[in-house]
Each structure stands twice: as structure tokens, then as C-alpha cells.
Design a protein around this ligand. Structure first.
Ligand SMILES: C[S@@+](CC[C@H](N)C(=O)[O-])C[C@H]1O[C@@H](n2cnc3c(N)ncnc32)[C@H](O)[C@@H]1O
Length: 238
């Protein structure tokens, strides 16, 4: 995966350089990813995979959310090379598990190698196939509810993933959705199916009595984007 590039930012080049420098500073000082994260990026780069993983700061946020919520069972939709999966797997600790969904066999293979090499392979299950099928199958198996769910695959299906996630949740489950701003195109692009999927997802998060949510815009190593954060409510009669 390529290193951060100021030309990806919509900010003017000077501001973009400053944003990248600041993110690098925050990464060095507080985020402090170890060498396994750099190796995952390198392995993904060598496998010609797209550089669409979360930033280190965002990955550490997922890790902290898992720890703060005491999550033991995490569900991830969108594995890629296992970068965010490693942050989450570290967050659940040795007794925890991460179930992650990926439909590209090559991505799943690279992720499996990366996660094994990082020493968390035994706590990560990769479900190969379209995420909608994997989530439906988990629901049919009546698995225990997940404590934290991270949605980061195709954006056109975000509302569908939310619905299935709610069926795999309990009151208190944390649901994080990535790329909910997409450089502002979520608001402005009426023809893009991914932006439309995010709009349906955000509307559902705001309107559904089962969720209490916010959404935060971000800039950093990644261009202008954002994530949503929700908790599943106790709904009478559920
Ligand atoms: C943004 S990347 C995930 C990045 C990863 N969460 C990270 O931050 O390291 C999205 C991944 O979802 C996978 N994907 C896309 N559509 C999918 C689908 N319908 N079902 C399962 N996986 C899908 C892609 O192949 C890609 O690997």
C-alpha cells in the first residue's frame, strides 16, 4: 500500500502537507503502531492490493473502542489485508475473537498470513464470500451476539449490513461504520451507489429506535472522510 500522499487531499497542497505531517506526528507520539502493522501494509503492497485500509490512528481508535467496551466478540465486514483486523484482535485480547468477512480469496489469503505472523491468527476467523451471505448465515446459526461490529466493505450495501448487524447485536453493542463522508460526495453525489448506500445507512442510524449514533468527519493520513459510531439501545419488546 502506498504511503500517504498530499495529492489525495482535497485541501490545498500546503494544508495537505501540514495535515499529513500532523498525522505522522500523532502516529509517532500516541498511536505507536508496532512493526506488524507496517508489515501488513508492505504485504498488501506486494500483493498489489488497494491502499484502502484505515489509518493507524483510526485503527487504534477501533482497538480502544474494543477495550473500552470490554468487547470479546467482534464482527468486521471488509478484511482486506487484516490491518484493522489486527487492531481489533489486539483489542479483544487473548480470550476474545474477531470474525471478519471478505469476498476476495486473495485478500483473505494475505490477511490470514498477516494475522498468523502477528500472533493473533488463533483468535480470528475469516468468512470467505459475500458479506451479506456470511452475516445471514451467522444469524441462521443463532451465534451469540457480537459486542462490537465494524462495517468497512462495499458502501452501497451499508444499510443492509446495518440491518443484519442489528440482528447480530444486543443492547450495548457498538457499531462503527467507515467512510461515511467520502470527500463530501455523500452529500453531493446523487448518482453514486456508494454515496446512496451511505445516505440510507446514516438515515437508518438516525431514525431507528434501536440505535443511538453520531458521525465524525476526519482528515489525516487519509483524505477527508468520516466514520459513524452507534450503540444499540434497549428497545422494549425486543
Ligand atoms: C476498505 S477494504 C477493508 C479495509 C480493512 N477494514 C482495513 O481497514 O484494514 C474493503 C474490503 O471489503 C471487501 N469487500 C467488498 N465488497 C465485499 C462484499 N460484498 N462482501 C465481502 N467483502 C467485500 C473488499 O474486497 C476489501 O478487501
Amino acid at each position: 500500500m502506498s504511503s500517504p500522499d498530499a495529492s489525495q487531499h482535497s485541501a490545498d497542497p500546503h494544508t495537505a502537507e501540514q495535515i499529513l505531517a500532523m498525522d505522522a506526528y500523532l502516529e509517532r507520539t500516541v498511536v505507536q503502531p508496532d512493526e506488524h502493522f507496517a508489515r501488513i501494509r508492505q504485504a498488501a503492497d506486494e500483493a498489489d492490493m488497494p491502499a484502502i485500509e484505515v489509518s493507524s490512528a483510526q485503527g487504534k481508535l477501533l482497538h480502544l473502542l474494543a477495550r473500552i467496551s470490554g468487547a470479546r466478540r467482534v464482527l468486521e465486514v471488509g478484511t482486506l489485508a487484516g490491518f484493522s483486523t489486527l487492531w481489533l484482535a489486539r483489542g479483544v485480547g487473548e480470550q476474545g475473537t474477531v470474525t471478519t468477512c471478505e469476498f476476495e480469496p486473495r485478500h483473505a489469503e494475505v490477511a490470514r498470513r498477516n494475522l498468523d505472523a502477528a500472533g493473533v491468527g488463533d483468535r480470528v476467523e475469516i468468512l470467505l464470500g459475500p458479506a451479506e451471505d456470511s452475516l445471514t448465515s451467522l444469524r441462521q446459526q443463532q451465534v451469540e451476539p457480537f459486542d462490537l461490529i465494524f462495517l468497512d466493505a462495499d458502501k452501497a450495501s451499508m444499510d443492509r449490513y446495518l440491518e443484519l448487524s442489528l440482528e447480530l447485536s444486543r443492547p450495548g453493542t457498538v457499531i462503527v461504520g467507515d467512510n461515511v463522508v467520502r470527500g463530501g460526495s455523500v452529500l453531493t453525489d446523487q448518482d453514486d451507489p456508494d454515496s446512496a448506500g451511505i445516505r440510507r445507512f446514516l438515515s437508518a442510524l438516525g431514525e431507528d429506535p434501536r440505535t443511538e449514533a453520531t458521525a465524525i468527519q476526519t482528515v489525516g493520513a487519509k483524505p477527508w472522510d468520516g466514520f459513524s459510531l452507534a450503540v444499540v439501545n434497549q428497545v422494549p419488546g425486543r
